[in-house]
Design a protein around this ligand. Structure first.
Ligand code: GLC
Length: 745
């Protein structure tokens, strides 16, 4: 193999950043679809298009080469982290935090196998899963990707998922029919960063850190995991992707890992002295494959040059390429008659996606993951009960699925039409209530007549998020929609059941006090029936916390009895109906009604409602009333929004409860408005057409709105444009400016 062909085996671009012609010319060893990637730019493309794309790239990678250059097929990697959830219609299993509550390794093995089969339907070879993070700070936006704060639980369940995905080494089906390559990620201590900051720094003695965060890797290696993904975080200030002592010294020399180490999304670019297209340091530290979504050409050329000038010893290159080739050998892809993706078992068998067996398996997983934190006797719901089902999340499948679902962040504009093979929690309750001679009424805003019902089930929880977008400063759940409904029904004398959808334990003292029963439902996915199975007692609740539940709202890490309201291992069976004493509701971080950051880092604060016309735009994504709001990359992936106004359309944002503070809005207007633009602040309408005309084309600017131009300020702002207009917004906050500060744009 030529040096260039060898290096190409270590380059992994993202789909939509290269063409089949590029694949034929460069012969990338692998490629990926990121959380927002899909064939031909369509992340909602039907499964058949994914399979056709796999064939297209396979064919491009195996065309004959001049001379005696060996032809080596490419492979495709994807994040099927809770089912093959890139695909519309696939089974959506509970996220790992819920699976951790099951403690059921056999269940994980079966989920891995089912997931591998659904991945094969679309011709993909490799899953970037399981995450074997040991999350130790619940403020981390990826807590839900962790099975537990206890490394032993993570080790057991992570290894089981590896076995399910890959099969057992030595068995006939290992990495063959119904199996794909697995990836243990992110090595290591991704769940141990300071204050849970995603991609942040982990401080401490290496041996102590290994004793918590490295524990799952030997188990995954023993299970045969073929790939390990290096983590974004640094340890004591050194980025993992450039840390030879750990990436080679610990993972390979100490733990004996012989498989492939793949980098994370441009993470090599974070190494001191590196850029995303120039980084020999990572290969020298022990990385094999560079996940380089877009800058693949420059990186390939630089690596070739660095081998040729001796910066990278040829032996080092050969070692890395050898591991990649061994993976492909084990996958059967170097066989002379290796089948192209669509000719393999399960390929194109679309009935496998959310098959009855897979949905039943997911329903079993959901039921086993539910944890009853409180039950003063209202559960199980009685046969014949008239159930009032309230809360915006009750019939919202996207919210029950969370991040990494169809899109990277999930949620947003994903209404139920995107989930043809799923049952919302409401639908499941309605079906079971009716089957037992009762009824269920969906009333998201809770206005149905409480007196005409026997019990209220309030389904509420976190908006979907992924990675750093989910990072928080405390574990306060500011959105009082659920709390207000629970209190309302309690005041009306109606027994209440809280079903809380979250990617982590949060401070729920107020909601626990306002409910007669409280179910930690986590992020259950497509099978709402698993939740109703517990509510109606069709099976007992065996879910037990795999994380300590905090007593305090401040977010200080709780990993053990110290500071825990409920300990790891806690969870009630349905028979346990002992009443729970009232909990303290004081919280120093409760900014009831006053939320400083309305929108920041790609995340709409849970206490803020964004509307396009009269249509809600969860997390400021989606369309309605002529307004289209979509993710926009300012400094990081989707950390801002691009708002496109149709003629005469209005975008409004409002906060529940009392609020104060001047408005500060970070925005970018590329071109002049073509017609009048009005900003409404509280009750005051301000014509900002001229202001926008002056600020257009001048890059990111901060608009400051004070009482000087908008007396009262109120708790709502709205932009109305008479003509089409496009604006990018990165931050909206309430913050008092100095006395007398003027408005500026
Ligand atoms: C992301 C995640 C990683 C994922 C990869 C590819 O940034 O950190 O878990 O596998 O990129 O999507």
């Amino acid at each position: 193999m030529s040096t260039e062909r060898k290096v190409a085996q270590l380059i992994q671009p993202q789909i939509n950043s290269f063409t089949a012609e590029d694949m034929a010319r460069y012969r990338f060893g692998s490629y990926l679809n990121g959380g927002n990637g899909g064939p031909d730019g369509d992340e909602f493309a039907p499964a058949g298009k994914w399979l056709a794309y796999a064939d297209r790239m396979w064919d491009a990678s195996i065309g004959p080469l001049p001379g005696d250059e060996p032809v080596i097929p490419t492979i495709w990697g994807t994040d099927a982290v809770h089912g093959h959830t890139n695909i519309v219609g696939a089974t959506i299993f509970p996220h790992n935090i819920g699976l951790g509550a099951t403690r059921d390794a056999d269940l994980l093995r079966r989920i891995g196998h089912a997931t591998a089969k659904e991945i094969e339907v679309t011709g993909i070879d490799w899953n970037f899963s399981p995450t074997v993070a040991v999350a130790r700070d619940d403020r981390w936006g990826r807590t839900y990707e962790s099975y537990s704060e206890d490394p032993r639980i993570v080790a057991e369940l992570g290894a089981a998922l590896v076995e399910g995905l890959q099969g057992t080494p030595g068995d006939a089906d290992y990495l063959r029919e119904g199996r794909v390559a697995a990836t243990a990620k992110h090595f290591f201590a991704d769940g141990g960063t300071d204050q849970g900051v995603d991609q942040g720094d982990v401080n401490g003695d290496i041996e102590s850190l290994k004793a918590i965060h490295a524990v799952p890797y030997p188990a995954a290696i023993d299970a045969g995991v073929e790939v390990v993904m290096a983590s974004f975080n640094s340890i004591n200030g050194v980025k993992m992707h450039g840390n030879r002592d750990l990436l080679t010294g610990v993972l390979r020399d100490e733990m004996g890992f012989e498989g492939v180490v793949v980098g994370d999304w441009n993470a090599h670019g974070q190494i001191a002295g590196c850029t995303v297209d120039d980084c020999p340091q990572a290969l020298l530290a022990g990385l094999d494959i560079y996940m380089v979504p877009d800058d693949w050409k420059a990186l390939l050329e630089n690596l070739v040059a660095q081998v040729e000038d001796g910066t990278i010893p040829m032996a080092k290159l050969d070692e890395a390429v050898g591991r990649v080739l061994r993976l492909k050998l084990r996958l059967g892809l170097l066989d002379p008659n290796a089948a192209k993706p669509s000719a393999r078992p399960n390929a194109g068998d679309y009935a496998l996606l959310a098959s009855a067996d897979h949905r039943a398996l997911a329903r079993e997983a959901v039921a086993k993951s539910q944890v009853i934190l409180k039950n003063d006797g209202v559960l199980p719901l009685k046969a014949g009960a008239r159930v009032l089902v309230a809360g915006n999340a009750a019939d919202d499948i996207a919210k029950a699925a969370g991040g990494w679902t169809l899109t990277w962040q999930g949620g947003g504009e994903l209404d139920n039409s995107y989930f043809p093979n799923a049952t919302s929690i409401y639908r499941a309750i309605e079906s079971e209530a009716s089957a037992q001679g009762g009824s269920a009424t969906l009333s998201p805003d809770g206005t149905a007549d409480a007196g005409a019902h026997d019990v209220a089930v309030v389904v509420f929880g976190e908006e979907a998020y992924a990675e750093f977008v989910g990072d928080r400063k405390t574990v306060v759940f500011e959105d009082t929609e659920g709390l207000d409904l629970l209190r309302k029904f309690k005041a009306a004398g109606l027994p209440t059941v809280a079903v809380f959808l979250s990617g982590r334990p949060m401070w729920m003292n107020r909601e626990l006090n306002a409910s007669d029963a409280f179910l930690a439902s986590w992020l259950p996915g497509s099978e709402g029936a698993g939740v109703s199975d517990i509510l109606f007692g069709k099976q007992d609740a065996t879910g037990r916390l795999s994380f300590s539940w905090p007593a305090d709202c401040g977010g200080a890490p709780v990993n053990g009895t110290q500071g825990a309201l409920f300990n790891l291992g806690y969870g009630r069976s349905l028979a346990d109906r002992s009443t729970m004493a009232a909990l303290p509701e004081d919280c120093g971080y409760l900014t009831e009604g006053v939320s400083t950051a309305w929108f920041d880092l790609g995340r709409l604060d849970s206490g803020i409602s964004a509307m396009g016309g009269d249509t809600r735009l969860p997390n400021l994504i989606g369309e309605g009333g002529g307004v289209v709001a979509r993710g926009f990359d300012k400094d990081r992936q989707e950390d801002a929004r691009e708002i496109v106004f149709g003629p005469g359309s209005t975008l409004s944002l409002s906060q529940r409860g009392d609020t104060s503070g001047d408005y500060r809005i970070l925005y970018n207007l590329a071109s002049q408005p073509a017609g009048p633009v009005t900003l409404t602040v509280g009750e005051r309408e301000i014509d900002i057409t001229r202001n926008f005309a002056l600020s257009a084309g001048k890059g990111w600017r901060e608009m400051i709105i004070t009482e000087q131009c908008a007396p009262g300020l109120g708790n709502r702002i709205a932009f109305t444009s008479d003509a089409p207009l496009t604006i990018q917004i990165a931050r909206i906050a309430r913050q008092d400016m100095p006395e007398g500060a003027e408005c500026s744009f």
